[in-house]
Ligand binder design. Structure first.
Ligand code: IMP
Ligand code: MG
Length: 335
């Protein structure tokens, strides 16, 4: 069994969907598995020139690959079924390809209503926190117990270990949210209620030695949506928001902007053990013409895109690992 993992190194919205989409094109995956989160996520994917925003469903569905919502996820059934319908309407055979693990948990309408009252964390109000609370409090309901999900349910154990349809299983794990929102490593309590690191992917039933590549995804500047103050004082952030279209894919909220925090990037790179790094949205700072990053208490000023790229790459090589291959990418650039 082989597994590649895509993991976000900042606060979500770094372009995991784009990377996962590119990887599906280049590899022979048998499965794409979403490993954490619920419909709080919004993955923007451009497929054959068309824009799709998915919340639950992994991107393997665009390539005819079996796509599973794993046991680490929580599912809101109506949202899930609506997404299936929308994809089917666009000619994508989601009904055939998409599956939900028996032991994923449900987000109920009660969870949603409760989360809808949140004012302190700035959640997406999709019921994520209450659903995970009930799962860990042993009061949750598993996906296998909802009759509406019956046609989609599969056992991860059978699928990965006792399925004669596959000689070699090759998985792409697609995460949701990001390191800065991880319930343990993020800025608690301004976090989501699931784990957003590589460890989280393994909890979905795959042995650690199956891991081949770990693709860390970041942006050249940072964004965050939620209740805490995050945006820096630079007036250029308003322009970055506009040029980078930094509005939530799920809620439409304006994302707060700040310069890249190198220390966070380094920590996320170390803890996730990445060996590939994609830094997205280079085109946005190209357009703005400013290149900055935080390093400890300092703001670094770079003269050009090339200078900033060189600094990040060298620093990660020196302080994290020589084996990280870094790609800098803009909207129209391919990795
Ligand atoms: P929740 O996951 O809806 O409980 O929200 C907790 C925090 O995570 C809030 O700050 C949300 O804005 C943030 N969040 C949750 N999902 C995403 C996402 O997919 N992208 C960016 N931020 C997210
Ligand atoms: Mg997103």
């Amino acid at each position: 069994m082989i597994a590649d993992i895509v993991v976000d190194l900042q606060y979500g919205d770094c372009g995991k969907g784009k990377i996962a989409h590119a990887l599906c094109r280049e590899n022979k995956y048998t499965h794409v598995i979403r490993y954490n989160g619920g419909c709080n996520a919004g993955h923007t994917i451009y497929h054959n020139g068309k824009k799709f925003v998915t919340h639950h469903i992994p991107c393997g569905v665009f390539f005819g690959i079996k796509s599973i919502i794993g046991p680490g996820c929580v599912v809101h059934v109506d949202t899930f079924l609506k997404e299936i319908q929308e994809l089917e309407a666009e000619g994508i055979p989601a009904r055939k390809l998409v599956h939900v693990a028996t032991n994923a948990h449900l987000i109920t309408d009660f969870h949603r209503a409760e989360d809808g009252k949140d004012e302190t964390i700035g959640t997406t109000k999709r019921g994520n926190g209450p659903a995970y609370r009930d799962k860990y409090g042993r009061k949750g309901v598993r996906a296998m117990d909802d009759p509406r999900l019956q046609p989609y349910i599969i056992s991860m154990y059978h699928e990965l270990y006792e399925n004669e349809d596959y000689n070699d299983i090759e998985i792409l794990f697609e995460g949701a949210q990001g390191f800065g929102l991880d319930v343990d490593w993020g800025d608690y309590p301004y976090v989501t209620s699931s784990h957003c690191t590589v460890g989280s992917a393994l909890l979905n039933g795959v042995p650690p030695r199956a891991i081949r590549e770990v693709w860390g995804v970041a942006k050249i500047y940072e964004t965050y949506v939620g209740a805490k103050d995050f945006e820096g004082p630079d007036e250029v952030f308003e322009d970055i928001r506009r040029v980078g279209q930094e509005y939530g894919a799920t809620t439409g909220r304006p994302r707060q902007i700040n310069w890249l925090d190198f220390d966070l990037l380094k920590m996320a790179a170390r803890i996730n053990g990445i060996n590939k790094l994609v830094v997205n949205k280079m085109d946005v700072l190209d357009a703005i013409g400013k290149w900055h990053a935080y390093h400890g208490p300092h703001i670094l000023h770079f003269d050009s895109r090339e200078d900033m790229e060189f600094w990040i790459e060298t620093k990660l090589e020196m302080e994290v690992s020589e084996n990280i291959e870094t790609f800098f990418s803009g909207d129209k650039e391919h990795i």
